[in-house]
Design a protein around this ligand. Structure first.
Ligand code: 13P
Length: 265
């Protein structure tokens, strides 16, 4: 992989749609009670009001049945997101939710192509691309996840894998349809072993360069994989890392707010 000199974060954000975003992916954790307590702690904390008042997008993606618990709290200081959506508008797809249903439930974002969906639900690049298109059509901002496995990294296939995953999405959407990209190396998810700033920054640069060449615009790219209150500041200081997609550390308001604070905004 080659690394390329990029313009500074500040100069890029002025001419493009780059935004600092801290998103929490709760995966299959939480109860109505823990969710209510989380929301009450969040909205009471001045760090959240400060960050969101200064342009940081804060997004919580709980399991679908908990969206309604967060809904009364969202909109001012944080937004809601789904963890997945079906590629069809409706139909006989037991257990699935459509992008339109997530909009009805108060969502503005949806995660698509998370490696856990790719792995456990066998979602191909093509399905992820269709889901991205469905989310955009419903008015959601998709957070599209890409990332390589440990074997792929060791075989020096990282760039090939993440660009193949991004390319599939770009072929399915039009250039003016904006989405958020999340680089989540599979080996860093839930392992406590985050990518180093150099490793993450290098892949972000590769993705950004490819996107700019294809779309003549810029894109918000989040890093995900064992982000926590300790390593967030260093990762977020990299000029190509626009924010974080946080798993485990987003389940408690204390650790999640420390990551929001680490944006330095
Ligand atoms: P962890 O932060 O728990 O490693 O999870 C990352 C992730 O998968 C976010 O989507």
């Amino acid at each position: 992989m080659t690394s390329q000199q990029q313009p500074s974060h500040a100069s890029v954000s002025q001419q493009s749609s780059r935004q600092t975003i801290i998103a929490g992916n709760w995966k299959m954790f939480g109860t109505a009670e823990s969710t209510r307590a989380f929301a009450e702690e969040m909205v009471r904390d001045p760090r959240l009001a400060h960050a969101s008042g200064n342009g940081v997008g804060v997004v919580i993606c709980p399991p679908t049945p908990l969206l309604h618990v967060l809904r009364p709290f969202c909109g001012t200081f944080f937004e809601l997101g789904g963890q997945d959506c079906h590629q069809n508008v409706n139909g006989a797809f037991t257990g699935d939710v459509s992008a339109g249903m997530l909009v009805d439930a108060g969502c503005r974002y949806v995660i698509v192509g998370h490696s856990e969906r790719r792995r456990y639900h066998h979602e191909s690049d093509d399905v992820v691309a269709q889901k991205t298109r469905a989310a955009l059509a419903a008015g959601l901002t998709p957070i599209v996840c890409v990332g390589e496995t440990l074997e792929e990294r060791q075989a020096e296939q990282t760039a090939d894998v993440v660009l193949r995953q991004l390319d599939a999405v770009l072929q399915a959407v039009s250039p003016d349809q904006q989405f958020v990209l999340a680089y989540e190396p599979v080996w860093a998810i839930g392992t406590g072993l985050a990518a180093s700033v150099e490793q993450a920054g290098e892949v972000h640069q590769i993705l950004r360069k490819f996107y700019r060449q294809r779309v003549s615009n810029d894109i918000t790219i989040l890093y995900g994989g064992s982000v926590n209150a300790t390593n967030a500041k260093e990762l977020l200081a990299h000029s190509d890392i626009d924010g974080a997609l946080v798993g485990g550390a987003s389940l408690e308001s204390r650790s999640f707010l420390a990551i929001v604070e680490a944006t330095g905004v």
